[in-house]
Design a protein around this ligand. Structure first.
Ligand code: PLP
Length: 319
C-alpha cells in the first residue's frame, strides 16, 4: 500500500462542500514570542470540533453500497467517535460506536446526538477489540480505525493541503501526533506543495512513543500515557502511518502538560478561541525551545477544540 498526494487530492474532492474549509488565524503576539510568522490552521472549527471529520467522511464515502447497507463500527470515546457518527448520518449509514462505561457523559451524549448507536464495555474486564470483533462478525459491520487506514490518512492530509493552498509555501509545518493519521497525511501534502518545508510532529511528553519510534526506525509500543492530551494517548504508531512519518517527517518533539495548559490559556486569553489540550500540541512546541523557527513562515495545525467545560475551567484558572 503506497499512499501519495494524489490520494489527498481525491479526498479533497470527496469532502468538498461537506467538511468545512477551516480558517487560518494569525497572532502578532505569538509571532513576537517566536520570532516567526505563524499561520494557525484552526481545525477546532471543523465539523464535530476536530480534523477527524475529514478522514471519517473520506473513508465512509468510499465504502461500497453492500457494506454501507450493513453499517460501520468504530472504537473511540473521543473525536473519532463523533466524526464517524456524523459522517455516517450524512451518508445514511448506520454507525455503532464502542465506548467504555466510564467515558465522559458529554462525549456519549454528543455521539448519540449524531445518531450513532453506542455499545458500552468494561475497560477493566473486557477487551474492546473482542467486543467490536463480535459485533462486526455478527452484523457484517465495516471497521473504521482512527488512524491506521489509507482513506483516513488521505482525509486528514487535506487540512495542510488547504493551509498551504491558502497561505503559500512554508518553511516549517508543525502537527500534533497521536497515532499519526494527521501527521502522515500532512506530510504527504507538505512534501508535495511545499517541498522545502521542515515537517515536525509533536507528542505529549508522557507519551513519546512516536519520538522513540522515529529515532529507533521501528514501531515502539508504550503503556497508555497519563496526560491532559487525551486525543494523543495512543500507545503506538500504525503500520501505515509509521513508514510515512519515518520517510517524510524531519523530527518528532514533545510538549509537557504544563506547556499544553499554558498554550490553551494563550488561545483563550489572547486569541479568544477554545482549543483542547491535544489541539494545542503543535503551538506549544512552536513557542518552546526545541524547534528553531525564528525568521520562518510556519504552519501550525490546531487540531481540535473539544474540551469538557470543567476541565477547561481548571486549565484557565488553576487552583
Ligand atoms: C485524534 C487527535 C489527534 C491525533 O491524531 P492522530 O491521527 O491519531 O495522530 C490530535 N488532535 C486531536 C484534537 C485529535 O482528536
Amino acid at each position: 500500500m503506497t499512499l501519495a498526494y494524489d490520494d489527498v487530492l481525491a479526498a479533497r474532492r470527496r469532502i468538498a462542500g461537506i467538511a468545512h474549509h477551516t480558517p487560518v488565524f494569525t497572532s502578532r503576539t505569538f509571532d513576537e514570542l517566536t520570532g516567526a510568522e505563524v499561520f494557525f490552521k484552526m481545525e477546532n472549527f471543523q465539523r464535530v470540533g476536530a480534523f477527524k471529520f475529514r478522514g471519517a467522511y473520506n473513508a465512509l464515502s468510499r465504502i461500497d453500497a453492500d457494506r454501507r447497507a450493513r453499517g460501520v463500527i468504530a472504537f473511540s470515546s473521543g473525536n473519532h467517535a463523533q466524526a464517524v457518527a456524523l459522517a455516517a448520518r450524512i451518508l445514511g449509514i448506520k454507525a455503532t460506536i464502542v465506548m467504555p462505561f466510564d467515558a465522559p457523559a458529554a462525549k456519549l451524549e454528543a455521539t448519540r446526538g449524531y445518531g450513532a448507536e453506542i455499545v458500552q464495555y468494561d475497560r477493566y474486564s473486557q477487551d474492546r477489540r473482542d467486543v467490536g470483533a463480535e459485533l462486526a462478525a455478527e452484523h457484517g459491520y465495516t471497521m473504521i480505525p482512527p488512524f491506521d487506514h489509507p482513506d483516513i490518512i488521505a482525509g486528514q492530509g487535506t487540512a495542510v493541503a488547504e493551509l498551504i493552498g491558502e497561505v503559500g509555501v512554508l518553511d516549517a509545518v508543525v502537527v500534533p501526533l497521536g497515532g499519526g493519521g494527521l501527521l502522515s497525511g500532512s506530510a504527504l501534502s507538505a512534501r508535495e506543495l511545499s517541498p522545502g518545508a521542515r515537517i515536525y510532529g509533536v507528542e505529549p511528553e508522557a507519551g513519546d512513543d512516536g519520538r522513540q519510534s522515529f529515532r529507533a526506525g521501528r514501531i515502539v509500543t508504550i503503556p497508555t500515557p497519563k496526560t491532559i492530551a487525551d486525543g494523543a494517548q495512543t500507545t503506538a504508531l500504525g503500520e501505515l502511518t509509521f513508514p510515512i512519518i519515518r520517510d517524510l517527517v524531519d523530527d518528532v518533539v514533545t510538549a509537557s502538560d504544563d506547556e499544553l495548559a499554558a498554550q490553551v490559556r494563550f488561545f483563550a486569553s489572547r486569541m479568544n478561541v477554545v482549543v483542547e489540550p491535544t489541539g494545542a500540541l503543535a503551538a506549544a512546541a512552536a513557542s518552546g525551545n526545541q524547534l528553531d523557527l525564528a525568521g520562518q513562515r510556519v504552519g501550525v495545525v490546531v487540531s481540535g477544540g473539544n474540551v469538557d467545560p470543567a476541565a477547561l475551567a481548571g486549565i484557565l484558572a488553576p487552583a
